[in-house]
Design a protein around this ligand. Structure first.
Ligand code: MG
Length: 379
């Protein structure tokens, strides 16, 4: 039985994680649930799963929850609440699925308390990959991937060292504007928020859906992969694969390529992270090749989607630059969703913020958070 602390239980990954826990009641116990603001859903999840502790952002809401739940669950609040949950003595693994930078401190706290972590929040490795992986080595804990691409690479690598890898191939769906005939560059300024929020193959949160449309999602994943698997940026490649069946691939030094394939469903990579190194039975995912017919691949169009190259540059230079890329993108996506800027301006804003930043190499966590704050006020 694994005692799982789930931070971000009311979001899209959180909801899938709860489903996985319901599928495997003999293997997974939800020991603690952390949420941002969704009082109703957290209350419902707590009543159903009876975790030992929960946390919510607002202290007033925490008091309300405590009154509603009685004594069987400890209720915490705020940033300290998340750290409390991440370091619970009984916790075996902490799954971090909080959008934004709020997952960073709980992730480090969990590692320093000797807990394995499963990372769904991209910010953790994009902003502080060097620190997080260094601390994980120091404390002898695992950093497991929840993202479908990184889970695929992890499964294909199967413990092989970085020296046996020629390239890591991340697959990208290409997003809703992949087709150049329908969406030439000139039409990008006409892209509406509603149109950008329609993703062809995955149902996800708003931020990540826009990131999939600009391909910044893939850019952030390239930086994540670089840290998670200990290879330099030049060995992280992207290929567009619209069917989202091949979740990613590893090309080894002998030329062999291994891929992980399945019908897209986030429950699969989540379950693997939580049951690793075991594979637990699940009826959720079935893949029928005869029905699929064909799988196609194409080069990413970096002219229409400069995000890939911007992320490559940030990942190569490193230091505080990936944190700046991440923050600038987050603010630009917010501005686009609020109809203050156009779709192509998301990428332009990120580029101008990267250009304006003075990079600090091997930054401390405080310097990373300062760079993040700087980038946010820059736009
Ligand atoms: Mg992904």
């Amino acid at each position: 039985m694994k005692n799982v602390v789930l931070l971000g239980s009311t979001g899209s990954i959180g909801a899938s994680t709860v489903k996985v826990a319901e599928d495997l009641p003999d293997r997974i116990r939800l020991l603690a649930l952390g949420a941002g603001n969704n009082f109703e859903l957290l209350l419902k999840q707590t009543r159903k799963h009876r975790p030992a502790a929960i946390s919510i952002g607002d202290p007033a809401k925490a008091r309300e929850l405590q009154n509603a739940l009685g004594a069987f669950t400890h209720v915490f609040s705020g940033d300290e609440g998340l750290i409390k949950l991440a370091t619970l003595p009984d916790a075996d693994i902490v799954l971090i699925a909080i959008v934004g930078t709020a997952g960073l401190k709980p992730a480090l706290a969990a590692i320093r308390a000797g807990k394995d972590i499963a990372v769904a929040s991209k910010e953790i490795l994009v902003m502080a990959g060097e620190i997080v992986m260094g601390e994980a080595r120091k404390y002898g804990v695992r950093v497991l991937a929840v993202d479908s691409e990184h889970s695929a690479i992890f499964q294909c690598l199967d413990g092989k060292p970085p020296g046996s890898v020629r390239k890591l191939w991340l697959t990208a769906s290409g997003g809703p504007f992949r087709d150049k005939g329908v969406w030439p560059r000139e039409k990008f300024s006409e892209i509406t928020v509603e149109r950008a929020l329609k993703h062809p193959s995955w149902v996800m949160g708003r931020k990540i859906t826009i990131d999939s449309a600009t391909l910044f999602n893939k850019g952030l994943e390239m930086i994540e992969a670089r840290w998670l698997f200990g290879v330099e940026m030049a060995r992280v490649a992207v290929v567009v694969h619209p069917q989202s069946i091949v979740h990613s691939m590893v090309e080894f030094v002998d030329g062999a390529m291994l891929a992980q394939l399945s019908t897209p469903d986030m429950c699969l990579p989540i379950q693997y992270a939580l049951t690793y190194p075991d594979r637990a039975p699940s009826e959720r995912v079935r893949t029928d090749f005869a029905k699929l017919g064909r799988l196609t691949f194409e080069e990413p169009d970096t002219e229409r989607f400069p995000a890939i190259e911007l992320a490559r540059r940030a990942g190569e230079i490193g230091g505080t630059l990936p944190a700046v890329l991440n923050a600038a993108n987050e603010v630009a996506v917010e501005a686009f969703v609020n109809r203050k800027i156009t779709f192509p301006q998301i990428t332009e804003r990120v580029r101008s913020t990267l250009d304006a930043h003075s990079v600090i190499a091997h930054p401390t966590l405080d310097q990373i958070l300062e760079a993040d704050a700087w980038a946010r006020q820059c736009l």
